[in-house]
Design a protein around this ligand. Structure first.
Ligand code: 5AD
Ligand code: SF4
Length: 362
């Protein structure tokens, strides 16, 4: 049998290989993290790119069983950030030299929503002299809407598959047409077709999820040839249907550990993509995001949602929210990133090197 060291230096991995790496403990786990750090250094360096995240609206038509802002949760007070506040965030992103911002919201599919976003994109570009990169994370849309948003100046799109296993996907979503796996897949293809850099991701430590499922997720990212991945631990929320399985979840430390392993293994699999160190990681442990940078991630998305709305965007409970103003938080982040030997890059979009490479051979 191949030694663990030999396994780590392979160029291709089977599902069984991935399960073996996901199960690594002790010395083997350290070897995995050392190897992924090496690959990261060689392919994306120690550079960290920031994306100022605006949680634009918590209005959502969907009812995903895991999510705190699902349409059926009547305890959520619904908001939409004003155009002026989004523009203020965009100005801050430019001033601070963050290079990029992300607009995220619950899923809405009206013509009005589609037009609002398109206009907003145009205004952001006008306000910042076309200097910042914009990523969208606004759920499943028609090809026409994706195209409209791409043409209005957004260049990256994140839509998590949540789980690439159709059966697991169906277990964590209602069984209806708005929550179909097939539609999700179709949306991912539309996003690519519209010209976006494509990002997806999964939750780690979901009820019913096995290590085989997570290995499949990693292979799924590779097969889809994505440009970016954002994945993090599943965190229960008491006002959601999945909460009933909370006793069956992995303990927090193990969920964290598994999430870091997923990041590390993904770096071995897809050496030049952008991988985010997510807020969900930070929620389970205050320094987990930095750990993720150490083992493979290269993107951080500082929250720039206006303070008064942050408590209303609780996809999961105890979400890490800071009460600091953006400038104070930025100082903290710089120190934290430096502590793990990384360096924040300013005034660059930080596009996925993987995407750029594909573009250059077209
Ligand atoms: N725990 C962790 N992540 C969650 N998300 C939604 N609910 C939860 C939860 N309870 C993630 C989903 C979604 C992203 C915006 O937030 O993966 O795609
Ligand atoms: Fe809506 Fe996204 Fe939450 Fe699903 S995960 S309920 S689509 S905000």
């Amino acid at each position: 049998m191949t030694t663990f060291q030999e396994l780590l230096s392979q160029e291709q991995f089977s599902k069984e290989d991935l399960v073996r790496m996901l199960s690594a403990q002790g010395k083997e786990k350290e070897m995995l993290f050392a190897r992924s750090a090496e690959v990261k250094a060689a392919y994306v360096g120690n550079k960290v790119y920031l994306r100022g995240l605006v949680e634009f609206s918590n209005i959502c038509k969907k009812n995903c069983y895991y999510c705190g802002i699902r349409a059926g949760n009547e305890h959520v007070s619904r908001y939409t950030v004003s155009e002026e506040d989004v523009l203020a965030a965009a100005r801050f992103v430019k001033q601070q030299g963050y290079g990029s911002m992300v607009l995220q919201s619950g899923e809405q599919s009206s013509k009005y929503f589609s037009e609002t976003i398109a206009r907003l994109l145009e205004k952001i570009h006008k306000e910042t002299g076309n200097t910042i990169g914009i990523t969208l994370s606004l759920g499943e849309q028609s090809l026409e809407t994706y195209q409209r948003w791409f043409n209005a100046g957004a260049k990256r799109y994140l839509l998590r598959i949540e789980s690439s296993n159709p059966e697991l996907y169906h277990k964590i979503h209602p069984q209806d047409i708005t929550h179909s796996y097939k539609k999700r897949m179709e949306a991912l293809h539309f996003i690519r077709k519209a010209g976006f850099q494509l990002g997806t991701g999964v939750m780690i430590g979901l009820p019913f999820q096995t290590l085989e499922n997570l290995a499949e997720d990693l292979l799924f990212f590779q097969t889809l040839d994505v440009d970016m991945v954002g994945m993090g631990p599943y965190i229960e929320h008491s006002e959601t249907p999945l909460y009933q399985y909370k006793e069956e979840l992995l303990p927090v430390e193990q969920r964290l550990d598994l999430s870091l392993k997923m990041v590390a293994i993904l770096r071995l699999l897809m050496k030049d993509i952008n991988i985010a160190a997510t807020t969900a990681l930070q929620t389970l442990h205050p320094e987990a995001r930095e750990e993720a940078l150490r083992v493979g991630a290269n993107i951080i998305m500082p929250n720039m949602t206006p303070q008064q709305f942050r408590e209303n965007y609780f996809l999961y409970q105890n979400k890490a929210v800071t009460k600091d103003d953006a400038a104070t938080y930025h100082k903290y982040l710089e120190t934290a990133v430096r502590r793990v030997g990384c360096e924040i890059v300013y005034n660059e979009h930080g596009d996925s090197p993987h995407f750029k490479k594909k573009e250059s051979v077209k």
